[in-house]
Design a protein around this ligand. Structure first.
Ligand code: ZN
Length: 81
């Protein structure tokens, strides 16, 4: 809860509007559905739903592989504490 964060977000959004980037997917450069922008009005929606989901899947798979190999655990700090 901070006014400065809100102002910063608005300024960044304004910058993106001026740059013509807002509402456009950074990966496939298609317009992001208005519904998606309205769902996350304060978040930076940089990808369309399809690209976002693909990204989530890739990240989840990579984390799963790392966990199985025992190289990385997001819970390690909690467990060892
Ligand atoms: Zn996309």
């Amino acid at each position: 809860m901070s006014d400065s964060t809100t102002i910063q977000t608005a300024e960044l959004r304004q910058t993106r509007l001026q740059a013509g980037m807002y509402g456009r997917c950074v990966e496939c450069h298609r317009d992001i559905a208005d519904r998606r922008l309205r769902l996350r009005p304060h978040a930076f929606v940089m990808r369309c739903q399809a690209c976002e989901e693909r990204r989530e899947q890739l990240r989840g798979r990579a984390a799963g592989v790392a966990l199985r190999r025992g190289r990385f655990s997001p819970y390690s700090s909690v467990v060892s504490a």
